[in-house]
Design a protein around this ligand. Structure first.
Ligand code: HEM
Length: 271
């Protein structure tokens, strides 16, 4: 299966790259090609629409606030399953596109064992075996895959509830809600990780690129693979370069008697 999926993805990437551009500047690496970015934002948009319309149907309290967005109660009820179908289709292609780099490895186990240090921001540099995706990202991907299957099956049973046994509808209702809660929790963590927690990550889904510094900090094994360089050496060289630059600036300021400018430690700036 994997070679036909790879062939399909390769063709899709080439087709999309003809229509959209990714400009990689000096000191940057290509992270996500146009095809991946288009798929990601289709998944994100259809997911948010499904979530909002789903909440509106689920809770009468939210009903009043959210249903006007979709043109009223009956329209929301009509649209929700279609948003869900669109989400499942978009994610299906995303699933295929990322299937290979999302395979679980020993490096992910190691990353998971140290997850607390990353969450608490005690260690900014990921273990050197961390590849294109880390263990947390892979867990999120597999959570979405499982939830998408649950959504699809239970969603169809709820959609056609007049031809389905009552108990099956009741079970589907509970499972559909649980999957939505799990996805919501993952989504909140994902937005935080993709924006505020790791500056420089968001541009990978807009421009498609990341800086070398970002790559050697968060995905050292991927950096080593695509550049052929040692991430730790480059990190330390950059630390030395910044320390040297600081020393020169301090010397200049002392001789010119200028007020000192504080810009953090060199360590902070190479991550
Ligand atoms: C709307 C706000 C969102 C933002 C700001 C966002 C941002 C990002 C970014 C920057 C990446 C690339 C991470 C990297 O290259 O390391 C990414 C990857 C990914 N996104 Fe999103 N995303 C959003 C919504 C979603 C939604 C709704 C889903 C699915 C329901 C989703 C699923 C994924 C998955 C599976 C990945 C790959 C694994 C990972 O990085 O966690 N994203 N996202």
């Amino acid at each position: 299966m994997s070679s036909s999926v790879e062939r399909f993805d390769e063709k899709a990437r080439r087709t999309f790259s003809r229509h959209g551009q990714t400009v990689v500047h000096r000191g940057e690496l290509l992270r996500h090609p146009v095809y991946t970015r288009v798929l990601h934002w289709c998944v994100a948009i259809t997911f948010v629409l499904s979530l909002l319309s789903g909440f509106a149907i689920y809770s009468p309290w939210l009903y009043r606030w959210l249903t006007p967005l979709f043109g009223g109660g009956p329209t929301t009820r009509f649209l929700h399953p279609w948003f869900g179908v669109a989400f499942t289709i978009a994610f299906f292609f995303q699933f295929l596109n990322w299937f290979a780099p999302m395979r679980w490895t020993d490096a992910d186990k190691k990353w998971m064992r140290q997850v607390k240090t990353f969450v608490a921001n005690r260690e900014a540099v990921a273990p050197r075996e961390t590849g294109f995706f880390n263990g947390g990202q892979k867990l999120y991907y597999w959570l979405i895959a499982v939830c998408a299957v649950v959504f699809l099956i239970t969603g169809l049973l709820l959609w056609f509830d007049d031809v389905v046994a009552r108990w099956l509808v009741a079970v589907s209702y509970v499972l559909h809600g649980l999957a939505a809660l799990a996805m919501l929790a993952g989504f909140i963590i994902h937005i935080y990780e993709g924006t505020a927690a790791q500056p420089g990550t968001f541009q990978s889904m807009t421009n498609g690129t990341v800086t070398n510094k970002w790559a050697w900090t968060h995905h050292p094994a991927w950096y080593a693979r695509v550049t052929g360089r040692d991430p730790r050496e480059d990190y330390e060289r950059e630390c030395q370069r910044l320390a040297e630059r600081d020393r020169v600036v301090e010397d200049q300021e002392r001789t010119q008697d200028l007020p000192q400018a504080s810009a953090g430690t060199p360590d902070d700036r190479v991550r």
